[in-house]
Design a protein around this ligand. Sequence first.
Ligand code: HEM
Length: 124
Amino acid sequence: MDMNETLFDRLGGRTGIDRLCDRIVELHLQNEAAGPRYQALDDKTLDHARAKVKEFLAAGSGGPVEYTGRSMLETHTGMNVSAAEYVAVVDDILQAMTEMDYPRPVCDEVLGIAYSLKSEIIHK
Ligand code: HEM
């Protein structure tokens, strides 16, 4: 592995990240635990959230992108997201990455980012 390559590059740049996030949101919509949260959104709100998630991962993985969305705390405050919903969302991330054949170390890095955000998202 080229250690100079950013996570953004290893995710396939913006093309790979956009495709990955599309699949993650598709899985969220079908998810038994977390699905209702996303099904409840109107198309415009869901499209907006999907676009911001792409930007968030592109910026957070070291890509040449600025995140212009709301903070994780601000976004999820008032939702009272449960720990079970959180696990369900992280499961979808791993499933999408596995389907897309990302190497395990790349999956682990993304899951690490997801877990690092947990306290900003659940029970808020
Ligand atoms: C790794 C964990 C997560 C990340 C990185 C994440 C990221 C984001 C981002 C970037 C947005 C859009 C922010 C904006 O509009 O400016 C968003 C919105 C949203 N997230 Fe999360 N999220 C996570 C976990 C969750 C969980 C566990 C749930 C609950 C099942 C959830 C439910 C939602 C909903 C419903 C919205 C749309 C809010 C709205 O605009 O009304 N998220 N999330």
